[in-house]
Design a protein around this ligand. Structure first.
Ligand code: PMP
Length: 419
């Protein structure tokens, strides 16, 4: 049965502050969209490392590139020194990702995680504009460091963090009032009124899809209105594409659909393609006003990440066939989850691309369905301030059969839980 082989972890729970409550198995090997546990069971993975495994586990092409590099005696750690893998990554990223999209960004390595990228973006926006305030959105999630938490919505995560959470305000995300937002007319008016007492912020930070905050997806016209507002008032637009980027929504960047060009873009999770830590901050060239060493960190020159990142860009982003397949899978996932949601009054499909889920009216339903899915061999998570959304995030490389069997598991688990 699932869960056997975990006794030692149960014993260790009193000593270890990091153990997984939802999936009580001990995982060993993984390939593509499947993972194996010590108890001999194989699980289908609709979690994809919280978005760090867009190309699945241990993709053979990336694995080979990594092993070849290590066997060749390639330098592993190099801070911000020049290395061949860094050069190859930068040229490949420019040629495969930035140039075809007509995007002109400087690439910064802010540290190994998404939160590092968010921190660098917040700091740069304050430095460049000379203003302190940053606006973010209800239900946003930007990371667990103090600056990133200050722009995060979820109070459970912010409580206890103390005083540095200042100089930020949350404003309503698209659909916060169930579609009744008048875009940014109100903000436009208070920012333009010298009597309003509302000072211009340095930046507004936004996710195109709120990966942790309940899978709300901003409408393209809403993102365009936000981008126009920022341009008109000299406010920097920071787009946090840590979770929704790297192909998750069916485009490399989640904001491509809206046709906007943010001032600063945060990327991490799947940029290494292999689950290795790596982050980028993309900066409009004229904003690159850092002094040498002003934002640094020990783990910014991870050549193993550069090697797999380059291999991933070459393997998946050299033509449109991959994007076409991702969009087909996303359509099928959307259709399958809509069919499930239609069976339960008040259930709605949320999200975009392969970052899609179902919100059930009973906020406990999603967690119970995730647990029942686990029993049936599917790893699937929840999202939202009350974990009220069942969140599916399969690898972009998921096969049609795997996708269908995962949807079938969720349907059966929902039927078992909700009757
Ligand atoms: N921004 C977004 C949108 C995220 O989803 C996350 C992680 N879930 C982060 C930032 C923080 O990334 P990390 O956990 O790598 O620090």
């Amino acid at each position: 049965s699932p869960g056997s082989g975990t006794d030692v972890f149960e014993e260790l729970e009193s000593q270890v502050r990091s153990y997984c409550r939802s999936w009580p198995a001990t995982f060993t090997t993984a390939s593509g969209s499947t993972v194996q546990a010590e108890d001999g069971r194989t699980y289908l993975d609709f979690f994809a490392g919280a978005g760090a495994l867009n190309y699945g586990h241990n993709h053979p092409v990336l694995l080979e590139a990594l092993i070849d590099y290590l066997r060749s005696g390639g330098i592993v750690h190099s801070l911000d020194m020049h290395t061949a893998p860094k050069r190859e990554f930068l040229t490949t990223f420019r040629d495969r990702i930035l140039a075809p999209r007509d995007l002109d960004y400087r690439v910064m390595f802010p540290g190994p995680t998404g939160a590092n990228s968010v921190e660098s973006a917040l700091k740069l926006a304050r430095k460049v504009t000379g203003r302190q305030h940053v606006l973010s959105f209800t239900n946003a999630f930007h990371g667990m460091t103090l600056g990133a938490l200050s722009v995060t919505g979820n109070s459970m995560k912010r409580n206890g963090a103390g005083l540095p959470l200042t100089n930020t305000s949350k404003i309503p995300y698209d659909d916060y009032f169930s579609g009744a937002t008048e875009d940014f007319l109100w903000l436009e008016r208070v920012l333009g009124d010298s009597g309003s007492g509302v000072d211009k912020p340095a930046a507004i930070i936004v996710e195109s899809v709120q990966g942790e905050g309940g899978l709300s997806a901003a409408r393209p016209e809403w993102l365009r209105a936000l981008s126009d507002l920022c341009r008109d008032h000299g406010i920097l637009l920071i787009l946090d594409d840590v979770q929704a980027g790297c192909g998750r929504t069916g485009d490399f960047f989640s904001f491509e659909e809206a046709g906007i060009v943010p001032d600063i873009v945060c990327l991490s999770k799947s940029i290494s393609g292999f689950g290795l830590s790596m982050a980028l901050t993309l900066i409009r060239p004229e904003l690159d006003q850092w002094e040498p060493g002003e934002h640094n960190g020990t783990f910014r020159g991870q050549n193993t990440s550069f090697v797999t990142a380059t291999a991933a860009l070459d393997e998946f982003w050299s033509d449109d066939a991959f994007v076409g397949r991702v969009r087909e899978r996303a359509d099928e996932l959307h259709t399958g989850l809509t069919r499930i949601a239609n069976g339960y009054e008040g259930a709605v499909v949320k999200g975009r691309g392969l970052l899609t889920g179902v919100r059930f009216p009973d906020p406990t339903a999603a967690s119970r369905i995730a647990a029942a899915s686990y029993e049936r061999g599917l790893l699937v998570e929840t999202s939202g301030p009350e974990d009220e959304v069942l969140k599916t995030m399969p690898a972009l490389t998921v096969s049609q059969d795997e996708l269908r069997s995962g949807i079938d598991v969720i349907a059966a688990a929902a039927a078992e839980v909700l009757g």
